[in-house]
Design a protein around this ligand. Structure first.
Ligand code: DC
Length: 223
């Protein structure tokens, strides 16, 4: 068993907020693996990769070769993803990245490169890692596994409230459609699809507060 708290779940389920608060409460690092896939997507787009058809191993391999990713401390002392020595931060939440990230994340060479990086981070001790396949593929041996979800309506409302990731002026229906499309691709892909690990606890956060969800998980971890 490895001391990783695996937090998985569909898009806009609130898992990043929960994982961040959980890590702060327990005073351990928090790794957001979605940001790694977003960083690859950003670099791919800069290299002219625009559509699902462009997302091939042959086109993505050279992008990965030029990409150096690691976790470092920001000038404010927070641990964050560094890409080629810089912190992309909120630039990774751009709507154009969200529109292609699931297609990039379905490609084998992308997943295997990021799996190595994600597994290497666990040598630093206990941590919270959040994504889609942490409990199933990255750390099937993690001590704690939670699958965070909420109804599609609730998730669309949460994502709309988080303005940075939406096309400006987007309606609730458009946001809901974008989320459903990402979940469809993430769940149907051949490698490491989105699904709860058989031994994960499913937490439906519809109608729950963030502190309620965090409190529930902290109690489980401390038990
Ligand atoms: O959590 P997020 O919305 O930032 O994730 C962006 C995309 O990255 C998501 O649509 C699927 C992919 N992803 C993945 O395939 N595996 C992970 N562990 C994390 C994210």
């Amino acid at each position: 068993m490895i001391d990783v708290i695996a937090i998985d779940g569909p898009a806009a389920s609130g898992k990043s907020t929960v994982a961040g608060c959980l890590a702060e409460t327990l005073n351990i690092p928090y790794i957001n693996t979605g940001n790694m896939f977003r960083a690859v997507t950003r670099a791919a787009q800069a290299a002219g990769i625009r559509t699902q058809e462009d997302c091939t191993e042959a086109r993505l391999r050279p992008v990965l070769e030029k990409l150096q990713m690691d976790y470092r401390q920001t000038p404010e002392g927070k641990w964050d993803l560094a890409v080629n020595g810089e912190f992309p931060g909120s630039a990774l939440r751009a709507p154009e990245i969200a529109a292609l990230v699931s297609q990039v994340a379905a490609v084998g060479c992308v997943r295997s490169r990021l799996k190595d990086l994600q597994r290497s981070l666990a040598v630093r001790g206990m941590l919270v890692m959040e994504g889609r396949d942490i409990g199933t593929e990255i750390f099937p041996d993690s001590r704690w596994k939670f699958f965070i979800t909420a109804t599609p309506e609730e998730r669309a409302r949460r994502r709309l409230a988080q303005s940075g990731e939406n096309v400006s002026g987007a309606t609730l229906e458009e946001v809901a459609r974008g989320i459903a499309e990402r979940d469809r691709i993430d769940s149907l892909r051949a490698i490491a699809p989105l699904r709860p690990a058989p031994d994960a606890e499913i937490v439906d956060t519809t109608g729950m507060t963030i502190s309620g969800v965090v409190g529930h998980i902290v109690a489980r971890v401390k038990a």
